[in-house]
Design a protein around this ligand. Structure first.
Ligand code: FA5
Length: 353
């Protein structure tokens, strides 16, 4: 064979292959075309093999021509293949018949606030309207702030009130003082250490306890701490502030109850409960048959705590509280199990969007 006839064969193969490719409509037909044209015994491969039959000085040009044909047909094959695949999958492709411009656009689905976040924002706004400032603090805390400066020394039995998750990290002095905060009360100390009275803050944030879960207890939940310190603050101010909060959040229908309680960092201390939304106070699973759901601990800041941060307890007094945000949301929306909040159940969460 000479160079001229070799190149004529190449042109003929190109013509035939492009024509037969243009007739193909299915992937099966396309595969047969590929085998016959580009496969191991296909025409293009035969053309490439034929180079060795040519005189030596014609081989270079013939090889270039054969390879360019191979590249051209491979490219055409790939584009034909994706065209057929798009058509079969009904995806809008190059063909105008696949694009329906009259279809309405897909609307972007917007997320919404988690019910805990929504409750936290609403509660903080109520207190902001009463002159409190919203601040945040660290979730990994020091023993010093979570306990000691709150009048709970090491080895004190009151520590058993908060089952703690300790962090297994030793500091250079050999101590292991880090834990996931069990309440937001450490922010009382951090706030008072960083400013002089008067103080009025609310502190929302995650808290953690090594606790079994049930309808009203989670191991991770959200608290909102409140602290007011000034001259002449009395228990009457505490009660008025929290009663106003309860009225604004729950309306006049729900009843608030204050009872004596013990927290080492307040004196006197109180537990605040709201009558159960589920049984209207008769007693049920949600309220543990008591008719009341406890929403917060509160009290007058202990003089030892004030003195510990450098405030003179003879001049200043204050009140503080720590409430559970999920419990407030449960009461507001009639949610009967706190575990719904963090089970990632979209059916539950979408009710609040
Ligand atoms: C405290 O954590 C105190 N720091 C509150 C406080 C602050 C008292 C300032 C006095 C002055 P207690 O452990 O009771 O207290 O928790 C406060 C509130 O957090 C409870 O009333 C409840 O609403 C919520 N809470 C407590 N434990 C859980 C839990 N496991 N799951 C969900 N909410 C909880």
């Amino acid at each position: 064979m000479n160079e001229k006839s070799y190149l004529e064969i190449r042109i003929q193969i190109e013509k035939d292959a492009l024509f037969s490719l243009s007739q193909i409509e299915t992937l099966n037909e396309l595969e047969t075309w590929r085998i016959n044209t580009l496969g191991r015994n296909g025409k293009v491969t035969g053309l490439l093999r034929g180079i060795s039959d040519l005189p030596v000085d014609s081989r270079r040009k013939a090889g270039g021509e054969a390879n360019s044909l191979k590249n051209l047909l491979t490219e055409k094959y790939e584009s034909q293949k994706s065209g057929i695949e798009n058509k079969e999958n009904n995806v809008t492709g190059n063909g105008p018949e696949l694009l329906d411009v009259t279809l309405p656009g897909r609307s972007i689905s917007l997320g919404s606030l988690h019910p805990t976040t929504a409750a936290v924002r609403e509660i903080c706004q109520v207190f902001e309207s009463m002159g409190f400032q919203t601040i945040e603090g660290p979730e990994v805390e020091l023993d010093k702030y979570n306990f000691q400066k709150l009048n709970i020394p090491e080895e004190h039995p009151a520590r058993d009130m908060w089952n703690s998750l300790w962090i297994d990290r030793e500091l250079p002095d050999g101590s292991r003082p880090l834990l996931l905060r069990t309440h937001t009360s450490p922010m009382q100390i951090r706030t008072m250490e960083s400013q002089s009275p008067p103080v009025r803050v609310v502190v929302p944030g995650k808290t953690y306890r090594y606790e079994a879960t049930d309808a009203t207890h989670e191991w991770q939940f959200c608290q909102i701490e409140g602290l007011a310190v000034d001259k002449d603050i009395t228990f009457a101010n505490l009660k008025a502030t929290l009663e106003e909060f309860a009225r604004r959040i729950f309306g006049d229908k729900r009843k608030a109850r204050f009872r004596c309680d013990f927290f080492p960092f307040v004196e006197p201390g109180a537990e605040v409960s709201i009558d159960c939304f589920k049984c209207e106070g008769d007693g049920c699973r949600v309220c543990g048959n008591t008719g009341w759901i406890e929403i917060m601990g509160a009290g007058m800041v202990h003089p030892k705590v004030l003195a510990g941060v450098g405030y003179d307890p003879e001049i200043y007094s204050g009140f503080a509280w720590g409430m559970g945000a999920e419990r407030i949301a449960m009461l507001k929306h009639g949610i009967d199990d706190i575990r719904h909040f963090y089970s990632n159940d979209m059916k539950f969460l979408k009710q609040f969007s």
